[in-house]
Design a binder for this molecule. Structure first.
Ligand code: ATP
Ligand code: MG
Length: 428
């Protein structure tokens, strides 16, 4: 198999999707739920790929199409080989919430000084991580790799490919509980990153506000810390959420620097501090860090603020789990706007305690004294018991808003992607 690695260096880039093949690509045929890439190898060559790797012997011609035992393993081993051929820092980012945001912010900060490769979008799994690493060139000076996990062992698998030299776990909370089996396994999985960094004698960036993270921090690793506490290497405080976050951080020379961001969410404060902590470690100038953070604008329905003719929307319809919904609501409660309305969608993939987690969200809304409604089958099951306003799906909520047509409200839209709350934007 390793002999075939040299094919990669004869090609432009790696592709696993014949719809996006470009001239001179190396096509690797992966099997998905609905597609078998082996069926498309010939087509990839017709469309300009230089070589293809298949794991179905009958598709190989040994001229341009070569057979390996398992194409996915080939992709991962090739990525590992390529990463190891380049001696650069690789920062691995995992955690329950805030991985993508922290990755984007860190990339913005480090790009002020370095040529940075970073995970595109949310390509953070056993396929996305190797594909990202295969984009590394000798010109890159640092790589930032987002690592997602939905079951035990996932992070170990990714660190074995990416060999991170630096690591950060944004936080540990409750998500994908179905795959993990228990919250304990979530801790075990995420801290696989700490273990990998410890073994490779790398550096960790630690969120000192997360007790679970402090507890599991390997004692032998050099660390840089961030958080609210003054004794953290990078500390800071929130100045305002109106609704954009502004904050101040204390530099290592004890200087205070103000940052006016274009992002909402109290929770993003720690993501910002994480990026500052990493940027400072890599010696990016404070002024450059400030300007990178101030210029950063989120996209993809993550903490986006959108003004419509009638209302201001906080659009967070990309994903939802108990931890992120809790922080979104707590943040929303702290915003000093007059008319506030929440629209919270079901949190999917939570396993057997699904109803309990949804009940907790309902209780929290009451405790925080927030007005609004719930959308989805799960919240609807809890409707009568709690006397809440709940709609079975986004369509029904849309019909409601078409009649109610709220005006001059700040509206929080937060739910799992499957609920599709972004479809309400036009109506609101
Ligand atoms: P995914 O598992 O989908 O890759 P992620 O970890 O990459 O998610 P982001 O995409 O950065 O996370 O953020 C998703 C949502 O999580 C945000 O819109 C916000 O609601 C919430 N969130 C972000 N950062 C934090 C944080 N530090 N603490 C709690 N919640 C957060
Ligand atoms: Mg992500």
């Amino acid at each position: 198999m390793t002999e075939l690695f040299k094919l990669f260096y004869d090609c432009g880039q790696v592709s696993t999707d014949t719809r996006k093949i470009e001239y001179n690509d190396l096509f690797i045929a992966l099997k998905g739920e609905n597609f078998d890439g082996n069926e498309y190898a010939e087509k990839a060559i017709e469309k300009g790929a230089k070589y293809a790797i298949v794991d179905d012997q009958s598709k190989a011609d040994n001229k341009q199409i070569f057979h390996v035992e398992n194409s996915l393993v080939f992709l991962q081993k090739l990525a590992e080989h390529h990463r190891k051929s380049l001696d650069i820092p690789v920062i691995g980012i995992t955690g329950t919430n805030g991985k993508t945001t922290t990755k984007e912010l860190t990339a913005a900060v480090l790009s002020q000084k370095y040529n940075v490769l970073f995970t595109e979008g949310n390509l953070n799994n056993h396929i996305g991580v190797p594909l990202t690493l295969l984009k590394l060139t000798p010109e890159h000076e640092i790589a930032i790799i987002e690592m997602g996990a939905s079951k035990i062992g996932d992070i170990k698998e990714l660190t074995d490919i990416a060999h991170p030299t630096h690591g950060i776990i944004t936080n540990i909370g409750h998500a994908h509980i179905e795959g993990f089996g228990s919250p304990k396994n979530i801790v075990k999985t995420k801290t696989e990153l700490y273990k990998a960094i410890e073994e490779d004698e790398g550096r960790l960036f630690i969120n000192v506000e997360d007790e679970v993270l402090i507890k599991h921090k390997p004692s032998s690793c050099p660390t840089s810390t961030y958080g609210l506490r003054e004794n953290a290497d990078i500390s800071g405080e929130i100045l305002a959420l109106d609704p954009m976050l502004s904050f101040e951080w204390k530099t290592s020379e004890n200087r205070k620097i103000k940052v006016q961001t274009q992002i909402i969410g109290k929770y993003n404060f720690l993501n910002m501090l994480a990026a500052i902590c990493i940027g400072s470690h890599f010696k990016v100038e404070n002024e450059s860090i400030k300007s990178a953070l101030e210029n950063y604008k989120p996209s993809n329905n993550r903490s986006q603020v959108e003004k419509t003719i009638n209302n201001t929307l906080i659009l967070d319809a990309y994903n939802a789990n108990p931890t992120s919904v809790k922080s979104a609501l707590e943040n929303f409660a702290e915003i000093t706007s007059e008319n506030k309305l929440f629209v919270i969608g079901d949190m999917l993939e939570l396993g057997e305690n699904t109803l309990k987690y949804h009940q907790e969200v309902i209780d929290l809304c009451k405790t925080l004294n927030l007005q609004g409604m719930f959308v989805g089958e799960i919240f609807s099951q809890l409707k009568d018991k709690n006397e809440i306003l709940a709609f079975k799906n986004t369509e029904k909520a849309k019909e409601f808003f078409e009649t109610a047509s709220p005006k001059d409200n700040l509206i929080l839209l937060k739910g799992s992607r499957g609920i599709g709350l972004e479809k309400l934007v036009k109506t609101l």
